[in-house]
Design a protein around this ligand. Structure first.
Ligand code: COA
Ligand code: AMP
Length: 628
């Protein structure tokens, strides 16, 4: 069956479609129905089913006689280490870690925070939590102590599992001091920590910390705890409009069903093949496609610790593909832009045999045409841009290679997947005409595997996603749908920007900048960047009477954002201005400033009526090379 038949089949009978898809998962008690709409517009899936995600990801493959197959290949060019872990080995390791956690009282529903770099133990920790029915919350290593503290206070974890350090090119990042500082800052104190000591930098352990191996010593392997289909598997924090991140809650049952479905139908992978998502376990792509989907499906996942360039060169991705016979490769367009910049002619690509590769998948940010064309030309495989969000956990729109390879339209992540009825809406909530811009919204209910809500914040869930367009989920993206049903995702409608495929809140950066004593008022916008897609740019209005060198203040502000949010915010550009452009009601015109920076101000309604301010912003942007 081709895409259109499958999509129409889902639309005609969603319940039957998702009950059928659920057959591919092992249930302890099969669900009697897929959708539970008893609390609409908040929906649950497979709520009377009972299962365990770790069982589906590991044990079932061992029981099916595939224990010797590689579950995980660890390839770390940044440390020079490579290792392979079979399904049988991973099952044993995870069961023992789970047993050790259970021995310390971690059980179903308890939260466990994981703060680890790209090492196999990060997946081991995630799966051990899943095994116990405990809820993990992985925090990306590039976030600073303060961000970690906010997440600790929100998720109130019983335990923290961390590594002593992460490794970035040219420097070792000591994780433990960041963790200690975060726990110092947070009101909630986790009961204990488990620390993986890496040889690059050992951490000082505190009274409530255990060293990884010592912690597991003598533990009894834990069985898989039965959990309800709608019970939470994990919380993953993502940026919203304010500094308080949103705790996206992912339920067990729908997640396993949906991810399993995507592996064949979207990625066209077979069990036993090697699937590589070059992302980080701290992001949703890492949760879904470094850990859960490949393992639930019985494929081999790659845990890659390094960068696309410089570890050691721009050929590292191709070397990994050749060496491990990767069939499906997934990363963010920014990684390709980084490679293209140093290897425009694809010289490094030619050095490797990549005949195993069947397709490249891009997501995390808008894929620009140049990047897609470069990848098509040099890799010689279909290049699939697909659109998704932390909230959905897998792609909303894609080119479903396992069903049918649809014609590519550059700039479009192709078509909605079954489960998603996507519309471009006008402000009044009515769909706009084909080809016109609108707010991209998805008709409720969202399909299985998407968020069941925000952690202990139902009101915020409703107000952030469900209230603007009743009956729809508001994605926060703006775009259009053409006459062939292809989607185009153009921009965010909120204060979220996308830097190197990482989702960041300008509001959170503004909160940090405002805490600088010399800053009276500020605004942060996203400006186009050839490598990272977008970069944050700050405008600072100084407190009256401050008469210091502006470059010093800018440097202090950049440091402050790095310290409070983390290096991943990549906040380096800021300028001092006299005033900020505002509406009559006092709202800062960030959109207008961003349009000036992008050279698209002509598209905006004439919202800045004070020519002096307009000129000042233009001059400031031009001085930094932005206003065109
Ligand atoms: N721990 C600590 N610091 C980290 C980190 C981590 N896990 N990850 C990134 N950082 C730091 C970087 O070292 C950098 O610090 P610097 O300002 O001192 O140079 C800063 O955070 C910004 O990181 P990033 O924006 O990722 O830039 P980069 O120059 O290190 O790498 C890319 C750029 C394009 C190579 C990289 O972002 C990449 O490979 N992205 C594609 C894959 C991906 O992560 N996708 C996410 C969703 S699919
Ligand atoms: P995240 O939650 O970090 O995955 O970021 C989700 C956001 O990234 C989306 O809401 C989009 O704004 C953007 N995004 C992700 N994938 C794409 C894509 N393929 N095309 C355009 N934007 C994308």
């Amino acid at each position: 069956m081709g895409y259109r038949d499958v999509y129409q089949g889902w639309k005609a009978d969603p319940e039957a479609f998702w009950m059928q898809a659920a057959e591919a998962i092992d249930w302890i008690k099969k669900p009697t129905k897929a959708l539970d709409d008893s609390n609409a517009p908040i929906y649950q899936w497979y709520s009377d089913g009972v299962m365990n995600t770790c069982y589906n990801a590991l044990d079932r493959h061992v029981e099916a006689g595939r224990g010797e197959q590689a579950a995980i290949i660890y390839d770390s060019p940044i440390t020079g280490v490579k290792a392979t872990f079979s399904y049988a080995e991973m099952t044993d390791r995870v069961a023992i870690l789970a047993g050790a956690l259970a021995r310390k009282g971690v059980g179903k529903g308890d939260r466990v925070l994981i703060y680890m770099p790209m090492v196999p133990e990060a997946l081991e920790a995630m799966l051990a939590c899943a095994r116990l029915g405990a809820v993990h919350s992985v925090v990306f290593g590039g976030f600073a102590a303060n961000e970690l503290a906010v997440r600790i206070d929100d998720a109130t974890p019983k335990a923290v599992i961390a590594a002593s350090c992460g490794i970035e090119p040219g420097r070792v990042i000591a994780y433990k001091p960041l963790l200690d500082e975060a726990i110092e800052l947070s009101a909630h104190k986790p009961e204990f920590g488990v620390i993986l000591q890496r040889e690059q930098l050992a951490a000082d352990l505190g009274d409530t910390d255990f060293e990884w191996d010592a912690f597991k010593e003598g533990a009894v392997p834990a069985p898989c705890t039965p959990v309800g289909g709608a019970d939470p598997l994990y919380i993953l924090y993502t940026s919203g409009t304010t500094g308080q991140p949103k705790g996206v809650v992912r339920p067990n049952g729908g997640h396993a069903v949906a991810l399993q479905w995507t592996m064949k139908n979207i990625y066209n992978v077979e069990p036993g093949e090697v699937f590589w998502a070059a992302s980080d376990v701290g992001w949703v792509v890492g949760h879904s496609y470094i850990c859960y989907a490949p393992l639930i499906y019985g494929a081999t996942a790659i845990v890659f610790e390094g960068k696309p360039i410089g570890t050691p060169d721009a050929g590292t991705f191709w070397r990994v593909i050749e060496e491990h016979k990767v069939t499906s490769f997934f990363t963010a367009p920014t990684a390709f832009r980084a490679i293209k910049r140093v290897d425009p002619e694809g010289e490094f690509v030619k050095k490797y045999d990549m005949s195993s590769l069947k397709a490249l998948f891009l997501a995390g940010e808008r894929a620009d045409s140049d990047t897609i064309i470069w990848a098509q030309d040099h890799l010689g495989v279909p290049v699939v841009d697909h659109w998704w969000q932390t909230e959905t956990g897998y792609s909303i729109a894609a080119n479903p290679l396992g069903l049918e390879e649809l014609p590519v339209k550059l700039g479009s992540p192709t078509v909605p997947m079954p489960g998603y009825d996507v519309q471009a809406l006008a402000d009044d909530g009515h769909p706009v005409k084909a080809g016109e811009m609108g707010a991209i919204a998805i008709k409720l209910p969202l399909p299985p595997g998407t968020l069941s809500g925000l952690w202990q914040a139902e009101d915020r869930y409703r107000s952030s996603y469900l209230e603007t367009f009743p009956g729809y989920y508001e994605t926060g993206d703006a775009g259009m749908i053409d006459e062939d049903g292809y989607l185009y995702i153009m921009a965010r409608t909120d204060d979220v920007i996308n830097v190197a495929g990482h989702r960041l809140s300008t509001g959170a950066m503004e909160e940090v900048l405002s805490s600088h004593p010399d800053v009276a008022e500020c605004a942060v916008i996203g400006v186009a960047d050839a490598l990272k897609g977008q970069l944050p740019l700050g405008f600072l209005c100084l407190t009256s009477g401050v008469d210091r060198d502006h470059s010093e203040i800018v440097a202090e502000c950049a440091n402050l954002v790095r310290e409070k949010i983390g290096p991943v915010a990549a906040f380096k550009l800021a300028c001092v201005v006299e005033r900020l452009p505002k509406t009559r009601s006092g709202k800062v015109l960030r959109g207008t400033m961003a349009a000036i920076a992008d050279g698209t101000a002509w598209k905006m309604p004439a919202t800045i009526d004070d020519p002096v301010i307009l000129d000042e912003i233009k001059v400031a942007l031009a001085a930094m090379g932005f206003a065109k």
